[in-house]
Structures are given as structure tokens and as C-alpha cells.
Design a protein around this ligand. Sequence first.
Ligand code: APR
Length: 243
Amino acid sequence: SMLTELFKKSRHTVVLTGAGMSTESGLPDFRSALDGMWNEVDPLQLASRDAMQYERNMFVRFYKQRIKKLKEASPHQGYYHLAEWERNGEIGSILTQNVDGFHQLAGSQNVAEMHGSLRVMYCDNCGEKSSSDGYLEDVLECQCGGFNRPGVVLFGEPLPLNAIHQAKVEAKKADLFIVLGSSLQVAPANVFPMEAKRNGAKLVIVNEEETDYDKVADLVIHDKIGNVLADLAEGKALSDKRK
Ligand code: APR
């Protein structure tokens, strides 16, 4: 397939993942028609600093539910392919908008978590960091008396500078930039595909639904990520054998 060819030719492949990477692990995405998570709750309401301050009970309930769901889910096979291709130097890095920590769980090392991580929580007063399992045991208060909040970037908060800097560096280095499962509606993540393209990279978008960037992509695959990564693994294996 064209994706196999592009992947084999590339010297520095960067992968940008969105919530669509985790739906086949049972975690709902944000904006898909019908089953997106935000159909029940309005994201601007709950995943925000305002909600943390003024709707504390709803905020805690929402994140407790998300942390619980996270612990019941696990990375699907596609995550393990990405980690294997990083180990053998075929993938340079992963930039993710996801907060589920699945890339690291599956063995990926070079991961920029641009929206933080639901795996940790930290005190909003003193910054003390701990596992977000505390949410499930209602450990919501830090020794200092501050509120333990999830380690994710809330609407209205700045993004982690180190992750964003890492993403910028990677988008410049990429000669192949593959988007997996993002509607590319949220900045700054949706800036990086264009950044890579401006620097001469080939842009591939793998997403079930159309995105605004399909028209500038070199290759668009409207299919399930699980299928695409399985095919890529098979295609690579076949062409490796042919060598
Ligand atoms: N295979 C391929 N594409 C999929 C799959 C799948 N199995 N499942 C879902 N998708 C696609 C959907 O069609 C959708 O376009 O993944 C995309 C997910 O887009 P969003 O739900 O908008 O998620 P994302 O792009 O990651 O959102 C970015 O917005 O709410 C904030 O901080 C939150 O990180 C999130 C950010």
C-alpha cells in the first residue's frame, strides 16, 4: 500500500494521535457523532478550571468516572505496533493529545503528552504529584490542604511547555507525519501537521471521519486505525521478506 511505501522510505516518522487511537480500547472519543464522550456532558463545562473551582462535585465525579474507565481499559494491538516500530527506529516519536498513558503502557518511550495525563494528579496549591488512583479512593486533599486535581490540561489552562516544545522540534524533523484518530479541531495539536508539511514532510491522515486537513494531506485513509496498523504491520512484514 502507499502507506507501507511512505513508511519504509521515511527516515524520521512522527505520529500524532488523538482520541480515535483509543476508541478500539473502549475509551469514547470526544466529538464522533453519537458515541463521542461529550454528547452527555459539555466539555467546556466540566474539563475546565471554572468547573474545578465552581462545580467541584460534578468535576470530581466526571474525572473519577474517567479515571475508573481508564483502569478498566488497556492498549489495543495498534499501540504495540507503534512501540515496536519506535524500538526498531522506524518511528521517531509520538505526539499525543490523549491523556490515557496507553502509548507508554504499550512500550513507546518518546511520547509528548500535549494535554497532560490522567494517570497522575497534583495538588493545585503546592504541586505535589501522586497517582490518580487517589481519586478512586477519594484522596482529594493534599497534606498541605490543597485540592488534588487530575494531571490533565483543562480548558483555560496553558499547555505543558516541554511537551509543546518537543512537538515543535519533532514536527520540524519529520519527513513523514502520520495523524491517527484526531478531528484536528483543537489547537495547537492541529498546527503540527501543517508545520511538518511546511518543512517538506509527507502528511498522512488516518481517521474514520473527514478532517479539515484532508485536502492538504498526501494520503487520507478513512478506516479504523486498528485495521490500518495491522495492514501496515503485515505489509511491512511481506515487503521485508521480499528484500
Ligand atoms: N479509527 C480511526 N478514527 C477514529 C476511530 C478509529 N477506531 N475512532 C474514532 N475515530 C476518529 C473520529 O472520527 C474523530 O474524528 O477520531 C477522531 C477523534 O476526534 P476527537 O473526538 O475530536 O478527539 P481529538 O481530536 O483527540 O480531540 C482533541 O479535544 O476535547 C479536547 O483535550 C481534548 O485531547 C482532546 C482534544
